[in-house]
Design a protein around this ligand. Structure first.
Ligand code: ADP
Length: 617
């Protein structure tokens, strides 16, 4: 091994390698593979010992590190760990470091009581966490499937084999069926693969045409509506080819809304007899606008669905041409329809153009509150966290907060105290969301301003699909990211989202409407107190600290109006609790962490729905 006496890192920092103080930096660079000559670095950092192996995780054991690292206190992990602290100038941002692989299924409680009457359930979906997730749909499918599996049911998820799926997250991937499925006058060759994603069986459908190619789940350069119509039929075709007769086919959102039409008007007349259909509506605003010609491309006669009692979009009646809605078709043709919270159920029956269809189908329509996947979202075992914690020991949460503050260049409490500038604690507010109008964009931008005024810190992690929204937030990022109290990060990062929930004192969800909302529930599990607008599932899960009518439920801060003043008053109240009642704050942090929003609470309601429609023969 050549001797190295000095080093200039990829980000331009000079280090004298003879100085013992620099050992930590070397270890940090070597373990992150950030320097092309990591082996030399490792040798320098460890005094040339070849027995030490490179670790790609945060955990570096028994090494003499002094700079940029810290021995972890209060970690719930018994192993001796040393934390490599990030810095905003890191060439590889801290959320893009390599993390240990994680099979969330190993977190499952061992003694889940099995159901006596077992079923075969197949989900047909456009999203699944974590491999093909854009928002809550992916989380819900994975969490519900995992819980039903643990209760003894046979469950599989059918998913398009998006080109962007990272195959290293799939185990035992194998090609199981080559077959063809109809699209627009042709039979398209398809491959069906089977694999396990954190122990959940998944069937991936890969067509040989351009569908589902591209760098993201949605927004590829193919016709999305036609791709999902194709996928809907290809899933039923696969069930027919393989002669499977599941008890339940559970479809989600407009993307798979054509499955019930295809099932009852085509495949049920062929060989699929047993399955019954459940549709979950995660968001009524996305209704799958579709022309009769487009629907015909999947082999149905689109012209026969343009009636009020079938799939016509009621608002287009009398227009030329009238349009169809795949979501409405799904509502009409499914045996049971579920939406994702009791309050959203009532809201959808009272407003919106689909209300009349839902009222007509009221007897099969119910509201079941989503759960969160507590195997995937567990601060005591989460591999993305620099320190683990749980309700009885939240010391690790402080480390997570400081880690994020340091990594993002926000003034950290420790840094401030050392500099004798500020002794007050600074509350950290996070908002993790798709940046769409539904999420209350004007309230998010206002919160940034108001939190800064109140002396707090705020991180927004968001992704916009609309270019104008993206530009607006880019402008805000340019303005605020220079300072030391706000960070606006315009991207999707599963890893960073975990770290931010763990770091946050307050999780902000100011939605204009919110069918269920997972961010507030995940935030609570990670000890972040929710501050939400009272709508949909937010109203079912967050109860105001100052509402003395039900003190046992109080778990956050709630506002009702969509104006900035309403948000201000909730933020003001939260900040004064945080600053003036620290013991009360700790009590509420512990309380929210102990609230059970898991699927084990609500999956049973889905199983009741399945049981109420299944055919027993
Ligand atoms: P929706 O389904 O409307 O997007 P939910 O609150 O039900 O909203 O679920 C959002 C899910 O997506 C949560 O798991 C949240 O952490 C995640 N999420 C949203 N935006 C991002 C982002 N930019 N990066 C990482 N995760 C995100």
């Amino acid at each position: 091994m050549d001797a190295m006496t000095s080093l200039t890192t990829p980000c331009g920092c000079y280090f004298n390698l003879d100085h013992p103080r620099n050992a930590g930096i070397l270890v940090s660079l070597a373990t992150q593979n950030r320097y092309k000559d990591s082996k030399k670095l490792w040798s320098c950092a460890t005094g040339g010992s070849s027995s030490k192996r490179l670790s790609h995780s945060f955990k570096i054991q028994a090494l003499p590190v002094e700079v940029g690292t810290e021995k972890l206190e209060g970690s719930t992990d018994s192993k001796s760990e040393v934390l490599v602290w990030p810095s905003p100038g890191d060439e590889i941002p801290f959320w893009k470091r390599e993390f240990p692989s994680w099979d969330a299924s190993s977190e499952e409680p061992v003694h889940v009581e099995k159901d006596s009457d077992l079923m075969h359930i197949v989900h047909v979906t456009a999203e699944m966490a974590p491999i093909a997730k854009v928002g809550g749909l992916g989380d819900v499918v994975t969490g519900l499937a995992r819980t039903c599996l643990s209760r003894g049911h046979k469950v599989a998820i059918m998913l398009p084999f998006y080109e962007c799926i990272q195959k290293q997250h799939i185990s035992d991937l194998e090609l199981i069926t080559s077959y063809s499925s109809y699209h627009d006058g042709n039979w398209i060759a398809c491959n069906a693969y089977r694999g396990l994603v954190s122990s959940i069986p998944v069937i991936f459908i890969e067509p040989s045409n351009q569908f589902f190619k591209g760098q993201s789940v949605y927004g590829g350069s193919y016709n999305e509506l036609e791709a999902y119509l194709f996928f809907s039929r290809a899933c039923l075709e696969w069930l027919q080819v393989t002669r499977l007769q599941p008890d339940i086919i559970h479809v989600h959102e407009w993307q798979t809304g054509a499955v019930p039409l295809l099932y009852w008007d085509m495949y049920h007349h062929l060989s699929l007899e047993k399955p019954r259909l459940v549709l979950t509506i995660h968001n009524m605003e996305y209704y799958g606008e579709c022309s009769q010609e487009q629907l015909s491309k999947c082999g149905l006669d689109g012209s026969t669905y343009g009636t009020v009692d079938k799939a016509v979009d009621d608002r287009t009646i009398g227009h030329n041409p009238e349009r169809l809605s795949l979501l409405k078709g799904g509502i009409v043709y499914s045996n049971a329809v579920v939406t994702v919270s009791p309050t959203y159920l009532n809201e959808t029956l009272c407003s919106g153009w689909l209300a009349s269809s839902l009222i007509r189908n009221r007897d099969k329509y119910s509201g079941i509150l989503n759960g969160i996947d507590t195997a995937m979202w567990n601060p005591a075992t989460d591999v993305f966290l620099p320190a683990k914690f749980h309700a009885n020991n939240i010391e690790g949460k402080r480390t997570c907060k400081r880690f994020v503050q340091v990594g993002l260049g926000l003034a950290s409490e420790k840094g401030l105290k050392n500099g004798n500038q500020v002794t007050d604690k600074v509350p950290l507010v996070v908002c993790i969301t798709r940046l769409v109008a539904q999420k209350g964009l004007h309230l998010i931008t206002h919160a940034i301003n108001h939190v800064e005024k109140l002396g707090g810190q705020m991180v927004v992690l968001g992704k916009a699909s609309d270019v104008r929204v993206e530009r607006e937030f880019e402008g805000l990022a340019n303005l605020y990211n220079q300072g030391s109290s706000v960070r606006i990060l315009l991207m999707y990062s599963e890893e960073l989202s975990h770290m931010l929930y763990a770091a946050a004192d307050i999780v902000l969800v100011p939605s204009i409407y919110e069918p269920c909302g997972l961010a507030q529930m995940i935030g609570m599990r990670y000890g972040a107190v929710p501050l939400v607008r009272k709508t949909g599932g937010l109203a079912d899960t967050v109860f105001d600290m100052d509402d003395h009518s039900q003190p046992e439920k109080a778990n956050g801060f709630v506002f009702e109006g969509i104006d900035e003043g309403s948000l201000n008053s909730a933020l003001d109240r939260a900040f004064s609790y945080y600053g003036e009642k620290p013991n009360e704050w700790i009590r509420i942090v512990r309380k929210v962490m102990e609230i059970d929003n898991s699927w084990s609470n609500t999956a049973g309601k889905y199983i009741n729905v399945y049981n109420s429609i299944r055919v027993r023969r």
